[in-house]
Ligand binder design. Sequence first.
Ligand code: NAI
Ligand code: UGA
Length: 440
Amino acid sequence: MKIAVVGTGYVGLVTGTCFAETGNQVICVDIDQNKVARLQKGEIPIYEPGLDVLFDRNIEEGRLKFTTDLAEGVKDAEVIFLALPTPPGEDGSADLKYILGVANDLGTLLDHYVVIIDKSTVPVGTAEKVRAAIAKNAIVEFDVVSNPEFLREGVAVEDFMKPDRVVVGTTSELAKKVMESLYAPLVRQGNPVIFMDERSAEMTKYAANSFLALKITFMNEIANLCEKVGANVDDIRRGIGTDSRIGKRFLFAGIGYGGSCFPKDVQALAKTSSDYGYDFRTLKSVMAVNDDQKKKLLPIVSEYFEGDLAGKTIAVWGLAFKPYTDDIREAPALENIKALLAAGAKVTAYDPEAMDNVKKILPEVAFCHTAYAALDDADALMIFTEWPQFRTPDFEKMGNLLKEKVIFDGRNLYELSQMADLGFTYYSVGREPQNVKELA
Ligand SMILES: NC(=O)C1=CN([C@@H]2O[C@H](COP(=O)(O)OP(=O)(O)OC[C@H]3O[C@@H](n4cnc5c(N)ncnc54)[C@H](O)[C@@H]3O)[C@@H](O)[C@H]2O)C=CC1
Ligand SMILES: O=C(O)[C@H]1O[C@H](OP(=O)(O)OP(=O)(O)OC[C@H]2O[C@@H](n3ccc(=O)[nH]c3=O)[C@H](O)[C@@H]2O)[C@H](O)[C@@H](O)[C@@H]1O
């Protein structure tokens, strides 16, 4: 099949590369000339494990091409994916200017039947808006389908190639046939495609992300309560996660969720709710609790240093919003670093992938080439990302480098007993009793 992908950000690049890998002829379109020039030279602008092998192979075998020219992209396309940004507008709603801008242009370019696929995360009713924007100028038949993406950064290729499900929203029989043939290679491997109407598909995406954010947030609140009652959230996670109705995944308490999607999508669903006159109370709580959770360790650090961080050096391990990515959008580390700097502390930091991105916005941080270099002469260590290399460090070396053997861990990486044996003062989330009081 001939496929055009408009927008070669995270989702567009993975979508384009993976569909090329399943034998399609793919052309990716982006307005960013520098990005397209790099892609044409065979350079991938994002860090995503496993993408490079597929990317190189499909470029070499001529199935994957890049252009800045939308007309060239859509010339012979049978399907056109819109993988464009939908950032939050000032009121929290998803900003559709990129999607509707391209939809306007598409109307003037189409000269044959084509299926236009919303891959971006877009609010309920967007497929209708895209259809209307194209129809203003179109002289041919076309369909607009909602096909939200569920991939996770860091494991995007696997998520795309072996999805738990593919959701397709369309009420057109012709578009349904096109979508069935597009996803046939994945269906043959046992990955289900679930068909529904456009509005339900759009809503499914927000429901999925919001439910996962809720699951994490619920565990974060359980963790906060564990500290008060003297229980251990790791045990609670194991105790409830083994119930198949609850499931083991996305139950890890920590320093709050971040990234380019959960914060924006929870906010956008809350906005949709209020637009439709529905007071979605659980979503409001999720947002409020997560905002607090991100700042959870700061008062503990401050208290440890008796309220005075001026002149202290705090080492930070982990800047990305999660491991296996260089993405720092809404990363809990950033807010914490800003607060540390504002309190007069110096910050030394290490992240295997995300340091270049943070350098651009927080140049006052001292970035180090290794995790251990960040500890040299630091007063304490804070951990924000669970990169595997932080899980089994050389504790003796850490103890020698740090001025004080104290760790504030937002990701619960280490066993409490081990840290006690090694003589570290160790704070994590929901595992150490803090201010426990026995009720009468
Ligand atoms: N990043 C992720 O892990 C996931 C993102 N999504 C959703 O997918 C959508 C895209 O997200 P990302 O790929 O992260 O965005 P991104 O911001 O990484 O990339 C968007 C790309 O679109 C390009 N672009 C902007 N206007 C354009 C135009 N008029 N013509 C052509 N290209 C244009 C930009 O230059 C950029 O390269 C969003 O709605 C997001 O919520 C969904 C699932 C996963
Ligand atoms: O719509 C999107 O863009 C994507 O958003 C998330 O994917 P992603 O943001 O890449 O990352 P996740 O692995 O979901 O992690 C999100 C945040 O939750 C946090 N998290 C995750 C799991 C957990 O148990 N605890 C926890 O705090 C992570 O540290 C991270 O900050 C969803 O998992 C994807 O299905 C979805 O496609």
